[in-house]
Write a new protein. Structure first.
Length: 354
């Protein structure tokens, strides 16, 4: 018998004994009073009639009332307490039935939602631990194998072997830095340093940085700025990191002769207030004519360690770029979405709203 059952039994037994004693005293008192009244004023002395008549009806009424109260209050509360005990013991799959009580329906729904969120967070934590272990295993094995080979004189300590080992340590350092950035962004602790700058300057810096790489791959990298005088207040470096991640992904998945475009749009909306306020929003699009993303994969694009091609063996990237991109945009109070038909040549479009 589990600890929960023992605790429930300890709570129930004293209550049941107290209830039975109280019921017997109450029913016996009512029967004695009725007996005295009837025997004194009507001459009726059949005690069995009184004991088996009115008291029985009263007992049935009491039992019905108690059953009704238990159904409406006791059973839902008992299920809720049992679920709380299960959560305390680590069982996050427990749920309280929502169709047993109208009185506690809202409380039960909120409890089930809370436990569901806890279960989802716990599953994400386990997945993250497994993903990190998987990503760390390969570079660690390579480093260990190279060093053991040099120690055992299987490999000569040439610059090639040393550089290969150094590349793996750089990959590990990049992975750890990306995980730290992602963790800080998700918890709202990533420091931002907003400044006011021309959006066109940021776009020009990006196209200049990637122009040589795009030219080497025979990819046309263009920009289309709707308003050259559009100012933006944001963390320049973080926003540069976001767009650099998107452009890097586009370059990796766009074939020769393809095109990548960076487009900006701006809009304004008036709000009537004591003072007339004007709000301007900025939309940035990064579009490519690459292989695209399968429709069924779109909901997972911004997940940690997600890769579209599961068989791809290149390991120069941590698989955290898009997850970090989303969190950085959310930290700026913006949104990011992805659109793709999953058809080659149609490509992918990432849309940022700030």
């Amino acid at each position: 018998m589990s600890n929960t059952t023992h605790a429930r039994t300890r709570r129930f037994v004293p209550f049941a004994i107290f209830f039975l004693i109280t019921a017997f005293i109450f029913v016996g008192g009512i029967a004695a009073i009725l007996y005295l009244l009837f025997s004194k004023y009507s001459g009726v002395r059949n005690i069995w009639l009184l004991v088996c008549g009115a008291p029985v009806v009263l007992v049935v009424f009491i039992i019905f009332t108690i059953f009704n109260l238990y159904t409406r209050f006791g059973k839902p509360l008992e299920q809720l307490f049992n679920a709380i005990n299960a959560v305390e013991e680590g069982d996050l799959s427990v749920r309280v039935p929502e169709n047993n009580s109208d009185m506690f329906s809202d409380l039960i729904k909120r409890f089930n939602k809370m436990v569901g969120e806890l279960e989802r967070a716990e599953q994400q934590r386990r997945n993250l631990t497994a993903d990190i272990a998987h990503e760390l295993r390969t570079p660690l094995h390579i480093i260990q194998g190279n060093l053991e080979g040099i120690v055992d004189e299987v490999y000569q300590p040439t610059s090639e072997h040393i550089n290969n080992t150094l590349d793996e340590t750089r990959l590990l350092a990049r992975l750890v830095n990306d995980l730290q950035t992602l963790s800080l962004a998700e918890t709202g602790q990533l420091p931002l340093h907003p400044t006011r700058f021309l959006l066109a300057d940021l776009i020009h810096d990006l196209t200049s940085s990637f122009s040589s790489q795009a030219a080497s791959q025979s990819i046309d990298l263009i920009s289309n700025i709707a308003d050259p005088n559009q100012y933006l207040t944001a963390d320049y470096d973080r926003l540069n990191q976001v767009l650099s991640n998107l452009i890097s992904n586009a370059l990796r998945h766009t074939p020769q002769g393809g095109k990548i475009s960076i487009e900006t749009e701006s809009s304004s909306s008036e709000e009537s207030d004591a003072l007339s306020l004007s709000k301007r929003s900025v939309r940035i699009k990064v579009k490519d004519t690459g292989s695209g993303i399968a429709v069924e994969d779109l909901p997972f694009v911004f997940d940690r360690f997600w890769r579209g091609d599961k068989s791809r063996s290149e390991r120069t990237h941590s698989g955290l770029g898009l997850a970090i991109t989303k969190q950085l945009i959310l930290a700026h109070g913006g949104t990011i979405e992805v659109q793709s038909d999953g058809l080659p040549g149609k490509g992918t479009t990432f849309i940022i709203n700030l």
